[in-house]
Design a protein around this ligand. Structure first.
Ligand code: FHN
Length: 596
């Protein structure tokens, strides 16, 4: 019996160490991806030539994705194929895309080798529905971009639409929900005679491929795809390109075994620190493929927000452009990419190879922190979007003492004065910010950083906002009004919420309370800190009018001063809220601020 148990123990240890090794291998494999942080997505295909318009009619329905034109506007396969004649091969030069990505400071490119329309951009031997065959040209843009990437030291990834294919009679097509499904056997026919054979070509004939980017945004269990089919794809890629990364939109979770990095939703940016490799695919406009009617170009500062906020949560950003059918990239994209590239050239040291600090989400109201190790030092970069009017940058959450703090102006660094009180750092800034988009303050530390993960961040101008999102209770149910910004937690029954606050100076601090009370009765509660107690009460609140004459009302959150606390000395304190509510109270925040 004991021998049997020993054997089981040894076996499990072997298994654990094998999977740890496997995970380590995969993490190593993805190391370049974690360092790169910024890449270019290119949506280019037959749809680029339609420019979001079919016979005078713009794209149908709510989603203006120009690459969906064939499906949305119900265009026949044959007519759609004629778009290939609009391609201007004299002008098309994929090397220009690679050079643009380089200028923009991007480290990899992902190009659509086959989008949902089923058209192969390369010279596939699987069928005749490919851009070279339909256009009658002998150009293989995938071969050309692969060569240009090699020439310019750019990693190359392939987008391949595995789940949806509107060309193959048995590929997936949303309409099948109404018109009757293809059978599993038919879908498998599509899989074996198109997906597998085409992926084999792509993995065999184009040199080293850094990643394959699949595109299914529902779990495979809810789709027609079978797990064995996905595993077949994984096996094929692992065999032919052992270093190639696979993204989670393959349809399997990020487990290092089958999937090497996670892809969030389109234009969905991180909301918390994720330890495994991940990225957001985002568009520079609304559409992915070129749309002549486009009017939703993202601003350069939005691009910085997207990139830097993701890096601060250990993620990356793959920014899409949609070139036209003559290969040119719209001016709106080029100008933005040049601006981003100019900034990255000056300040990229705080992006490439950086990760985030594992602090509370949305910690700072002025920008984001990123960090990287350099020999025995740790550098923290404060990316300041919102230059504080009082010229004091408040960084909360780092206990280690910086050896120096400086302001970057391109590659030059000017020392800055600072003070540190436990894990609160106050840095004196000059009146003017060096960069009109994002300025970078560098903090250098010897060795590893010691963090103070739980303490509430000090706001610009001082003061602490004790919210449902930065308490010590991770299980609070947080409500998001518009699906995005967290607003409140609905408190009922016995409630206790704690916050850790680092008080910089002794003195009296006032406490304001913001909530909505949807009931008819006044709610009561207590707030404690080091033997002091404030008893609070909160009367019913009303609705408020959002838009006049539209019967559009929302709950009114109001604030009131509920008392003061005396802190005898600076230091760390726990602020505790307690209540026994029979009726729900919609808690918003408490604001703690020095009053004298
Ligand atoms: O339907 C596609 C869309 O056209 C585009 O390719 C994006 C890129 O992430 N993926 C799908 C929608 O999520």
């Amino acid at each position: 019996m004991i021998r049997h148990m020993k054997r089981i123990l040894i076996l499990s240890l072997l298994l654990i160490s094998a999977s740890v090794r496997l995970f380590a291998q995969h993490t190593e494999k993805a190391a370049w991806f974690k360092d790169a942080r910024f890449g270019m997505f290119i949506h280019w295909g037959l749809y680029s030539a339609a420019e979001g318009m079919w016979k005078g009619e713009p794209l149908r329905y709510m989603n203006n994705y120009a690459e969906w034109l064939r499906y949305r506007n119900r265009v026949s396969k044959e007519e759609y194929g004629t778009l290939a004649k609009r391609f201007n091969w004299d002008k098309i030069d994929p090397e220009q895309w690679v050079l643009l990505a380089k200028e923009a400071g991007m480290k990899y490119i992902i190009i659509t080798t086959k989008h949902h329309d089923g058209v192969a951009l390369w010279d596939t031997k699987v069928g005749t529905y490919s851009l070279p065959k339909l256009s009658g040209s002998n150009r293989d843009v995938i071969k050309e971009i692969a060569a240009a990437c090699r020439k310019h030291g750019m990693k190359l990834g392939f987008y391949y639409s595995h789940w949806i294919d509107w060309e193959h009679p048995y590929g997936w097509n949303h309409q099948q929900e109404l018109s009757g499904h293809v059978t599993d056997a038919q879908y498998n026919q599509y899989w074996q005679e198109k997906v597998i054979l085409q992926l084999r070509e792509l993995m065999s004939n184009y040199g080293d491929i850094a990643l394959v980017w699949f595109d299914m945004w529902i779990p495979y269990q809810k789709s027609i795809i079978k797990k064995e089919q996905l595993l077949q794809v994984v096996k094929l890629i692992r065999e032919l390109q052992p270093n190639c990364l696979i993204n989670s939109r393959l349809g399997l979770p990020t487990d290092a075994d089958h999937v090497d990095f996670e892809t969030l939703g389109d234009n969905q940016f991180g909301s918390n620190y994720i330890a495994h490799p991940w990225e957001t695919p985002g568009t520079i406009a609304h559409s992915w493929g070129y749309n002549g009617q486009e009017n939703e170009w993202k601003s350069t500062s939005q691009i910085f927000q997207s990139l830097i906020s993701n890096v601060s949560l250990n993620g990356g950003f793959t920014l899409n452009i949609g070139p036209r059918a003559d290969g040119t990239v719209p001016y709106e994209s080029v100008s933005r990419l040049h601006e981003v590239g100019t900034w990255l050239n000056r300040y990229g040291q705080g992006i490439y190879g950086n990760t985030g600090l594992d602090l509370k989400n949305n910690h700072f109201d002025w920008g984001y922190l990123t960090t990287k190790k350099e020999q025995h030092k740790t550098i923290v970069y404060a990316h300041v979007f919102n230059w504080p009017l009082d010229h004091k940058l408040r960084i909360t959450g780092i206990k280690s003492r910086p050896t120096h703090v400086s302001l970057a102006n391109g590659k030059t660094l000017a020392p800055l004065k600072y003070e540190q009180q436990l894990s609160l750092i106050h840095i004196d800034l000059p009146t003017d910010q060096p960069d009109h988009y994002v300025s970078e303050v560098q903090l250098t530390f010897d060795g590893q950083l010691e963090l103070d993960k739980n303490t509430v961040a000090e706001s610009t101008f001082g003061g602490f906002s004790l919210k449902s999102t930065n308490s010590l209770n991770n299980d609070l149910k947080i409500v998001r009004y518009n699906g995005k910004n967290p607003t409140h937690a609905i408190l009922t029954g016995n409630t206790k919420i704690d916050w850790e606050v680092t008080i910089p100076e002794a003195g009296t601090y006032s406490l304001d309370f913001s909530a909505h009370n949807p009931t008819q009765e006044t709610s009561t509660f207590e707030v404690h800190v080091t033997g002091q107690q404030i008893k609070g009460s909160f009367a019913p609140t009303q609705k408020m009018v959002v838009e006049p004459n539209e019967n559009n009302y929302t709950e009114e959150f109001v604030e009131k001063r509920i008392g003061t606390f005396k802190f005898e000395k600076p230091g760390k304190y726990i602020v505790t809220y307690t209540s026994q509510q029979t009726n729900p109270l919609w808690f918003n925040w408490m604001w703690l601020e020095k009053s004298n």
